[in-house]
Write a protein that binds this ligand. Structure first.
Ligand code: CP3
Length: 343
């Protein structure tokens, strides 16, 4: 069975551009909100294979997308490592704050992976239930992004605690990053065993790092994860989303084994075609607010993206996740437009 998204990641231009959307399952869908209301807490939903499978497939049933992304969250990693994680309506995630420079608990791989076993079960279910033409996407957060949530105790505006730690005591910060590299690689390898056909790493807060720190705290740890994963799973395509890094997107091209860069909405299209798409597959990058807004401006920008990128392997996506106020029919309109578009 042909899987356009997988085939594109392996370097083949597709007759119709493959499409999926970050946060394609979520609060903008009424059927998600209904399932969510029966599940208990958000983490209960992430750890319920039956409901997580159902929610992962909801956007596929509506729009027949090329990618099915596992329904979970990047913060299950700190949770499974033993840190408290909670999600508060309207406030986002709240985590037990790490003590700056504090020591880390010993890493127990068996315990860590067994806490995540419901996630693997969801992937196994999805591998059975997803349409044959769809590609199953596993994911994790990048070490820097996960570390910011652990250190700040949640979302942050200025990352003062996390950055403060990197400046004041880089050696102990390195230990935290190494701990996340090992655990994240183990988690991803297990996702592949459970059926994931592609992996995406979200470095949502890479864009706040300066040049040297980007190299040390975003690129290097991602390179280490990719190397570990590729050692066990040499054929798995890996997508990296280093949001907000501007011209430093080119620095990620040096990661051996990288298949695809996911572009945020600020990346200029012609620049990305000439400097990134020559080397790797690219994915992106419609502004999620334009999807929320809809209409001719959305279609105009989608067409500009398709015109510029579709001559080389390209995956249509957004520059960041779908926002909760998005009308679902805008997603149908956009998807139909992409399906009917011809160069
Ligand atoms: O459809 C999908 O994309 C799969 C599921 C998915 C979720 N989160 C579900 C979710 C994925 C891939 C993520 C990734 C994620 N989670 C990231 C990286 C991408 C990005 O947005 O930058 C980050 C930083 C998180 C952390 C996180 N999770 C935040 C900051 C929040 C609260 C804010 C928000 O957008 O709701 C979450 C909660 C969350 N993760 C929800 C969903 C559907 C909403 C929770 C709910 O339903 O109550």
């Amino acid at each position: 069975m042909n899987k356009p998204l997988l085939s594109c990641l392996n370097g083949c231009v597709q007759p119709t551009v493959p499409v999926w959307y970050m946060r394609q399952a979520g609060r903008y869908l009424p059927e998600y909100r209904r399932t969510r209301s029966t599940a208990g807490t958000f983490l209960d939903l992430c750890y319920n294979p039956e409901l997580a499978t159902k929610v992962s497939l909801q956007p596929i049933e509506r729009y027949n997308l090329d990618g099915v992304i596992l329904f979970s969250d990047i913060l299950v990693v700190p949770h499974a490592l033993g840190y408290d994680v909670d999600y508060i309506e309207g406030k986002g995630p709240i985590l037990e704050k790490l003590e700056i420079g504090g020591s880390l608990p010993e890493y127990n791989k068996t315990r860590f992976l067994s806490r995540l076993s419901p996630v693997f079960k969801t992937l196994e279910e999805l591998a059975i239930k997803a349409p044959n033409s769809a590609t199953l996407i596993g994911f994790a957060g990048a070490p820097w992004t996960i570390a910011t949530y652990m250190i700040e105790g949640g979302s942050s505006r200025d990352f003062s605690r996390a950055k403060g730690w990197t400046y004041a005591d880089p050696d102990s910060f390195q230990s935290l990053i190494d701990y996340l590299v090992i655990s994240t690689a183990d988690y991803l390898i297990e996702q592949v065993s459970a059926g994931a056909e592609v992996l995406q790493l979200f470095d949502s807060w890479a864009g706040v790092l300066n040049e040297n720190h980007l190299e040390r705290w975003s690129i290097k740890p991602l390179e280490n994860i990719v190397a570990l994963v590729k050692k066990s799973c040499p054929d798995i395509p890996i997508i990296i989303f280093p949001k907000g890094v501007g011209i430093q997107y080119t620095s990620y091209l040096g990661i051996d084994g990288l298949s695809c860069l996911s572009l945020d909405s600020s990346v200029p299209l012609n620049w990305a075609r000439d400097n990134l798409q020559k080397h790797v597959v690219v994915q992106g990058n419609l502004d999620p607010q334009l999807l929320a807004s809809g209409g001719n401006s959305m279609i105009y920008e989608a067409e500009r993206i398709l015109d510029i990128f579709s001559g080389q392997p390209f995956i249509f996506n957004l520059g960041h996740g779908i926002v909760p106020q998005t009308p679902p029919h805008h997603v149908s309109e956009l998807t139909q437009f992409i399906r009917s578009w011809k160069a």
